[in-house]
Ligand binder design. Structure first.
Ligand code: SF4
Length: 311
């Protein structure tokens, strides 16, 4: 799949280029599993997550959900399909309407899809709130009357309202305190077990990724540069970019020391990405070929894929 954003709006359409936010990504998410998507800010993670849900239309490519290409669905069919696929955003404060009570926010999708009203709606909302660890007393409150963790619980309840099968979790814990983060992660795990949910977990926090995911995709400047099962990639990262990212993960043993690798410079612009391997201007192991040829994503160990000329 590709997602390019045109620069300059209508006025400058002829002169300007494109931001290549997602540039030829192939990804598979197995039912009932948590796939993590990691990378620095601005690498295209959020765009990819939203495009998978078709909240943004891709420039080209295909998106299959349970064998159906959702890009071929018309508006009505897509509305039905949307029940299966939901999003939980990073900032619960901005995800909730400050003028709506919690009951109204969580009940909104049920009303929009014509699923419940009146007494049934109230009962459904209450049961959703209880599922995420909130109580009846929270129903008539407004978002500002809740803590950050409680607001994120409300967003999760809202995402669960239509009984989805798949949820994109876009940095769901990054705006929360560490102690609250752990509670939300445990809640997400519990809900996954109970409701057989499938997650795409977008994050730059690798400690969190290690805790929650089954498989990890590493993204750099619109491309997937490495992916493997969680344990394999944490034990044996191969791509120089992954090695640098993962060297920052704390080891929970004070006797063990790991050399912290530092990455040079900032992520280059996605308007004119570097030639060949996009990581070559920052890569400590770059060779001549790296700026000339783009490395393909190849399986170098069983189930472990990497795009790098070193392999
Ligand atoms: Fe570094 Fe070259 Fe591998 Fe890119 S292809 S990560 S520049 S060694």
């Amino acid at each position: 799949m590709r997602k390019y954003f045109q620069l300059g709006g209508l006025f400058f359409r002829r002169k300007e280029g494109y931001v290549k936010a997602v540039d030829g990504v192939n990804m598979e998410i197995e039912k009932g599993k948590t796939v993590a998507l990691v990378g620095e800010s601005g690498c295209g993670k959020t765009t990819l997550g939203r495009t998978i849900l078709r909240l943004i239309e891709p420039t080209s490519g295909e998106i299959y959900f349970e064998g159906k290409n959702i890009l071929k669905l018309n508006k009505r069919e897509m509305m039905r399909m949307r029940r299966n696929m939901q999003l939980v955003q990073q900032d619960p404060q901005s995800a909730l309407n400050p003028r709506m009570t919690i009951k109204a926010s969580v009940g909104e999708p049920l009303i929009v899809h014509g699923i419940a009203k009146g007494r049934e709606l109230r009962e459904r909302v209450l049961s959703l709130l209880e599922k995420v660890g909130l109580r009846e007393e929270h129903m008539n409150r407004f978002p500002h009357e809740l803590s950050g963790g409680q607001r994120q619980r409300v967003c999760i309840a809202r995402a669960l309202a239509l009984n989805p099968k798949f949820i994109v979790l876009d940095e769901p814990t990054s705006s929360l305190d560490v102690s609250v983060q752990a509670q939300i992660l445990n809640l997400l795990k519990k809900l996954q077990r109970e409701l057989s949910l499938t997650y795409l977990f977008i994050s730059h926090d690798l400690s969190v990724v290690r805790y929650i995911s089954d498989h990890v995709y590493v993204m750099y400047l619109g491309k997937i540069v490495e992916h493997a099962d969680m344990e394999e990639i944490f034990e044996n990262p191969l791509h120089p970019y992954t090695k640098i990212l993962f060297s920052a993960v704390p080891i929970p043993d004070p006797k063990l020391k790991r050399e912290r690798l530092i990455i040079k410079g900032d992520v280059p612009s996605a308007i004119n990405p570097p030639s060949g391997c996009r990581f070559h201007p920052r890569c400590p192991e770059a060779m001549k070929i790296c700026s000339e040829e783009e490395p393909p994503l190849l399986e170098v160990r069983k189930g472990h894929f990497v795009a790098c000329h070193l392999y």
